[in-house]
Design a protein around this ligand. Structure first.
Ligand SMILES: Cc1cc2nc3c(=O)[nH]c(=O)nc-3n(C[C@H](O)[C@H](O)[C@H](O)COP(=O)(O)OP(=O)(O)OC[C@H]3O[C@@H](n4cnc5c(N)ncnc54)[C@H](O)[C@@H]3O)c2cc1C
Length: 269
């Protein structure tokens, strides 16, 4: 008999773009949702990536949903810049972009700005001054930290998703690592996690969505278990987010996708 310390409808493992999208969608479908990440920062690899989406078959529906119901905005499938001030204290828990992608190691740039500066294309000096001015005129931000609050690329996407989770009060537990999936009979019923050094059993009434990029191992150990949704990315951000969206739909019962397809599509088995 398992002793449960926490309970939710859907437990989402991994607060990258895929897990955050799954958690948002699950919440919006009326499900009591808990999102966890092993790190003390959220965003995973998604926060350090350009954020440009490659959209597979069902990606269009996901993009429409994000544009309509969340704070994420896109132009040509790339995230638009996001004002990190909206995150308040949570900005400091957002995984920082790689320093190599920032002007002078601290000033954020859009992809287009990066391209112009990298190639020293026409107007690059003026652009460098503009990027610098954008950074230094944010006096409040400069007083708080050297972290640029003008979020771009993957940081903009993750920042917007985090803000949308806060708007809905969807809990995000950091420093909380999945240790083991808990299976009773032939059904997945929860997970054992280590949170701030303490072991907890979390009951997930309807399912666990693995968005931890290590889901291949977990899914391979428990192939076809009802209630287990493995949505690891493979190589692109688009499918990870799309499958997060689809997995949440499936749990709620308004998707024609079968559970096995998530695992199949993303683990290559
Ligand atoms: C430098 C770089 C460049 C890239 N360039 C491209 C590119 O050009 N094109 C492209 O398509 N893709 C690119 N990618 C890949 C892309 O970033 C990823 O495919 C995408 O971000 C994956 O999103 P995700 O949400 O599945 O995983 P992530 O964003 O990595 O999120 C996974 C989260 O799960 C958490 N986690 C892991 N294990 C556990 C556990 N046991 N318990 C709890 N939490 C856990 C992690 O801490 C992490 O926060 C790049 C990646 C990097 C790092």
């Amino acid at each position: 008999m398992i002793r449960w310390e926490e309970c939710c409808d859907v437990l989402v493992i991994g607060a990258g773009a895929a897990g955050m999208t799954a958690a948002l969608r699950a919440h919006d479908l009326g499900l009591d949702t808990l999102l966890i990440d092993k790190d003390d920062r959220y965003g995973g690899a998604s926060a350090q990536y350009s954020g440009t989406l490659w959209l597979p078959e069902h990606g269009r529906a996901m993009l429409e949903y994000l544009e309509r119901d969340t704070r994420a905005r896109f132009a040509a499938q790339a995230p638009r810049p996001f004002d990190g001030a909206a995150l308040g204290e949570e900005l400091l828990r957002l995984r920082a972009p790689s320093p190599g992608t920032l002007l002078m190691g601290r000033m954020a740039m859009t992809l287009e700005e990066t391209r112009v500066l990298l190639h020293r294309s026409k107007g690059w000096l003026g652009l460098a001054a503009k990027v610098s001015w954008r950074y230094w005129r944010d006096l409040e931000g400069r007083k708080a930290s050297r972290r640029d609050r003008f979020l771009t690329q993957g940081n903009a996407l993750v920042g917007a998703l985090r803000c949308s989770l806060s708007d809905r009060r969807v809990p995000l537990w950091l420093n909380c690592r999945l240790d083991q999936l808990l299976i009773v009979g032939d059904r997945l019923c929860g997970a054992r996690v280590l949170r701030d050094g303490q072991w907890l059993n979390i009951k997930a009434r309807l399912g666990v969505i693995l968005a931890s990029r290590q889901c291949q191992a977990h899914a391979a150990m428990h192939p076809g278990v009802p209630g287990l949704y493995a949505i690891g990315a493979g190589t692109t951000l688009g499918p990870a987010m799309t499958f997060g969206y689809l997995a949440a739909n499936h749990i709620r019962g308004n998707s024609q996708q079968r559970q096995g397809e998530f695992t199949l599509a993303l683990t290559g088995r």
